[in-house]
Design a binder for this molecule. Structure first.
Ligand code: ATP
Length: 444
């Protein structure tokens, strides 16, 4: 973990938030490379959900959330962690995360601590006009169910996908970006006919494992945990957690829950007419019926929902951990390489002029950069340090898959040298072929 944290800071992936004022715990800022990797990961998820399939629509809802949403969802009452204080070290921990160095007799009785952040809305700050910063993106999907069905004419089964920030006042944020107070979720709510939910649950678990594999986290590194007993959320019929061996231990990367008709049922008016199977609190505040009409029977159905919910930061950390390698080279030296999947690499290609001060070479490098950049396949940079070896080392370390050197053969014969990050093989191609080569490499 320390090596990853150091690399992230040194190269500009991740910084501690508000660092110059001493930092704020559990918050991080994503630097020039971090923002690219994060965007690429989110884009990959979005494409696999919304573009590659024909049964999912997207949403980007507000972060500030009406208190009633989180009242009827159950978050006001149950979204809390039991915390204990250690009288010896003076620190506060989640009950299941007390470190070994605290003795049982020094711990207080557990107390419930609600994890939601509240903020004042409007000019009067008297505690009555408040909203929550959403603790998950899911609830906004449920409360937009009718809007989306009405505007798209969707029928079951179909899903709504959303990527966005979520906030939790975690008692003990820790392990770098694994447990933080502000993070991003990639959540899908997939609505199905009651009765087909168990099949869809299995399909989504398989689908998600395959997706993680395509991001460079192979199946053999993941374990499925079937959540049972007290650990199963009150709304869930079944939950499968995808567990990954993070540098600090085996923990949840993504959860895939069968949330039944609990959420749509909870946010509906006239619940008694809807045949809801889940136990929901009576709702006199909602003005909507979150149900869908079955085209065959004309009956109103409250769909069951399968929810794959993944954290962007946890994905980021798993991907970094999988791709980070220290390799011994034939000359006895070592190199650090991030063997990221090319679609996730922050920089897709670095164009390196052989000599820093040769105007002709540098001009040609920028010309090639602009040509490749215009393909809109991701970021391309000119690396003008005048030191090819140093440039290779830098781009290995940040996961750039291709380095393209512009030298005197480029001027005389229109040729450039392409070096592959993983194999370190070099080959010569014509500048006129560079766009096709680059496109084929990245898209296949
Ligand atoms: P945990 O048990 O680790 O606190 P959770 O079961 O509460 O996680 P969910 O509510 O299922 O998490 O949230 C879905 C996903 O959101 C998680 O799988 C994780 O990837 C991400 N996530 C949740 N809490 C955090 C956090 N504090 N920091 C970073 N990511 C988080």
């Amino acid at each position: 973990m320390e090596e990853l944290v150091a690399l992230c800071k040194r190269r500009g992936f991740i910084f501690q938030s508000s660092e110059i004022y001493g930092g704020l715990q559990g918050l991080y800022d994503y630097g020039p490379l971090g923002v690219e990797l994060k965007n690429n990961l989110k884009q990959s998820w979005w494409a696999s959900m919304v573009y590659d399939r024909d049964d999912i629509e997207g949403l980007d809802a507000s972060i500030l959330t009406h208190p009633d949403v989180l009242k009827y969802s159950g978050h006001e009452d149950t979204f809390s962690d039991p915390m204990v204080d250690c009288k010896s070290c003076g620190e506060r921990f989640r009950e299941d995360q007390v470190p070994d160095y605290c003795k049982e007799e020094d711990l207080t009785e557990p107390r419930q601590f609600n994890l939601m952040f509240k903020t004042n809305v409007g000019p009067v700050d008297d505690g009555t006009n408040f909203a929550y910063l959403r603790p998950e993106t899911a609830q906004q999907i449920f409360i937009n169910f009718k809007n989306i069905v009405d505007s798209t004419s969707r029928t079951l089964p179909f899903g709504i996908a959303q990527i966005g920030k979520a906030f939790r006042n975690e008692i003990t944020p820790r392990n770098f970006i694994f447990r933080v107070r502000e993070f991003e979720q990639m959540e899908l709510e997939f609505f199905v006919h009651p009765g087909s939910d168990e099949d869809w649950h299995k399909k989504w678990v398989e689908n998600r494992l395959n997706w993680w594999e395509r991001q460079g986290v192979p199946k053999e590194k993941l374990e499925l945990l079937h959540v049972t007993g007290e650990d199963l959320a009150h709304y869930s019929k079944a939950t499968v957690d995808i567990m990954y061996k993070f540098p600090h231990g085996l923990e949840e990367l993504e959860g895939i829950a069968n949330r039944t008709d609990f959420d749509l049922g909870s946010h509906s008016k006239n619940q008694e007419d809807l045949g809801i199977t889940a136990k929901t609190a009576k709702n006199n505040s909602s003005n909507a019926k979150l149900a869908i009409q079955d085209l065959k029977t004309n009956k109103w159905v409250v769909p069951y929902v399968i929810e794959p919910s993944a954290g962007v930061e946890r994905g980021f950390l798993a991907i970094l951990n999988e791709s980070y390698k220290v390799e011994k080279l034939e000359n006895g030296k070592e190199r650090v390489v991030l063997s990221l999947k090319p679609h996730l690499s922050p920089i897709k290609a670095a164009i390196i002029p052989l000599k820093k001060n040769n105007v002709e070479l540098v001009d040609l490098a920028y010309k090639l950069k602009n040509k490749l950049q215009n393909l809109r396949l991701g970021r391309v940079v000119v690396e003008n340090t005048g030191n090819i070896g140093k440039s290779y080392r830098k781009h290995d370390e940040i996961g750039t898959p291709l380095c393209i050197t512009v030298d005197f053969d480029t001027i005389e014969k229109d040729k450039v040298t392409v070096r592959d990050r993983d194999t370190m093989d070099q080959k010569t191609i014509n500048v006129s072929e560079a766009s096709d080569f680059f496109r084929d490499y990245l898209i296949g």
